[in-house]
Ligand binder design. Sequence first.
Ligand SMILES: [Zn+2]
Length: 244
Amino acid sequence: MYLEQIKKLVLLQDIDNKLIECREKLENLPKELDSLRSNKETMENKIKELEEKLDFLKQQKEKLKFEIEENDSKIKKVKNKLMMISNSKEYQAMMRELDNFERLNRTKEEELTNLMEDINLHQKDFEALLAEKEELESRIGELEAKLDTELKDVEQKISDLEQQREDYCQSIPAPILSRYNFIRERLSQPVVVAVSQGICKGCHISIPPQVFVDLQKGDHILNCPNCQRLIYWEEFYSEESKES
Ligand SMILES: [Zn+2]
């Protein structure tokens, strides 16, 4: 009778553990999707920022190219004029002007090279982000398709377990059941624990010798004097399991 009750409590505990697991799962399942969605939002903002940056850099590039071309045509014009000038003072002034245009263009060419490098780097980042976003979107799609079924499965499992628990509880004497429920509401897992070599496996503290002697008698269900969990002598259970 005593062992029967202990066994029932351990089985009830199994059901409750499964229930806890299922409820955690039910809570956590949508979380992954939520966090992926928020990752996607962050990514989209980054992509938008990069896009704007790239647009700006490309505009700068066009502007620089235009300026360089303009300068080039000015240089050409000056060079053409130079051929027709015989006055040395005027010639020198034009040479200086030519020099200035050429120096200016060299600076602008350098600027353009740097700008193109910058654009390339940003373009690579941009493409990498787009690929990442695509991957994320397909993962979200997968999860969305799965989530509904999974949630329904877990809900079904919970309702099965609850039914099982209810049926089960009817076979456990009310005072024992209420002791079990009382502890379950107040303590972290587990509720029913073995005592091995005089030590409670719930709180890992030795139980007093007298309690241990009583426990070994197996007359009634005891609580650990320290943590209040329901305890049974390990040997009882293992011998019984070996027999059956
Ligand atoms: Zn204990």
